[in-house]
Write a protein that binds this ligand. Structure first.
Ligand code: NAD
Length: 263
């Protein structure tokens, strides 16, 4: 992949993807709502990387990102719709404005990225879209309804695009990792419940996977043309178990969630 645009590139997985791509010689656009963090990523990537400010929830901003990508690196071969936020909690307790916030970014952002870049890739008859969902898009853990719902939507969109764009030379993958340490749960909007927020922070911190390892697995999946990229073995197993015994899986997941929240 010679030219890549990555959203949410100022931190965590987005930053790691930019760095791995740049180290392989790609020209990279590091886009983030936080321009300073995108600039820091681009600086770490070297001369062939550029930072662009972009709020993925804003369609006009994503259209400007496409225009900037064309101007700065002459087009794109890999589009990574990575920007995302986390909101967890019980239905009725999560503030409705936090539901809207996560829907606008996690679903709206990916829709905007696909809406703007897919026609371009289709017209040039090559390229790849990597949508970053989560294991939460494949298995619905209790107390995580807003996050689960948005990530399941990203899985559904990616599955549809995979079929719609096949034959046009454009690949589509959806990345579904479980926890790894980043700044994802640092926002106070992640949860109004301190116990739940603490459990979410612990799950990320305790993972043996790094953002760089997830980034490398994601790019290997893209190169192999995989639709679903679920790098961690436990998620692959849990996903298979859910499909075999969905109701039992949901009952057992309630028990597992109780244990995790207790710590
Ligand atoms: N960390 C995990 O355990 C984990 C697991 C599965 C999936 N993911 C997914 O990986 C992706 C990256 O998350 P991360 O863990 O690296 O988190 P992170 O918080 O470290 O990085 C997210 C980046 O997205 C940016 N961002 C937030 N809102 C934005 C917007 N509206 N427009 C543009 N940029 C925006 C932030 O400024 C930040 O730089 C997300 O989609 C997340 O859901 C993370």
């Amino acid at each position: 992949m010679e030219r890549a645009v990555v959203t949410g590139a100022g931190s965590g997985l987005g930053a790691a993807l930019c760095e791995v791509l740049a180290a392989r010689g790609a020209k990279v656009i590091a886009a983030d709502i936080d321009l300073a963090s995108a600039r820091a990523t681009a600086e770490r990537c070297g001369r062939r990387a550029h930072a662009v400010e972009c709020d993925v929830a804003d369609l006009a901003a994503v259209q400007r990102l496409a225009a900037e990508t064309e101007r700065l690196i002459g087009g794109v071969d890999l589009v990574v719709n990575n920007a995302g936020v986390a909101v967890v909690g019980q239905i009725g307790e999560v503030p409705i404005e936090d539901w809207r916030w996560i829907i606008d970014i996690n679903i709206g952002g990916v829709v905007h990225g696909c809406h703007v870049f897919a026609p371009q890739l289709r017209a040039q008859k090559h390229g790849h879209i990597l949508n970053v969902a989560s294991a939460a898009g494949l298995i619905s853990m209790p107390t995580m309804a807003p996050y689960n719902m948005t990530k399941a939507a990203v899985v559904a969109l990616s599955e549809t695009l995979f079929a719609d764009l096949s034959g046009d030379g454009v690949g589509v993958s959806v990345l579904c990792p479980s926890f790894f340490p980043t700044n994802l749960t640092r926002s106070p909007r992640t949860s109004t419940d301190t116990k739940l927020h603490g459990a979410a922070m612990r799950l990320l911190a305790d993972s043996t996977w790094t953002a760089e390892r997830v980034a490398r697995a994601a790019l290997a999946g893209v190169e192999a043309g995989e639709l679903y990229i679920a790098p961690q073995l436990d998620i692959g197993l849990a996903w298979r178990f859910k499909r075999l015994a969905p109701t039992t899986f949901q009952r057992l997941s309630k028990l597992a969630a109780k244990l995790m929240i207790r710590g």
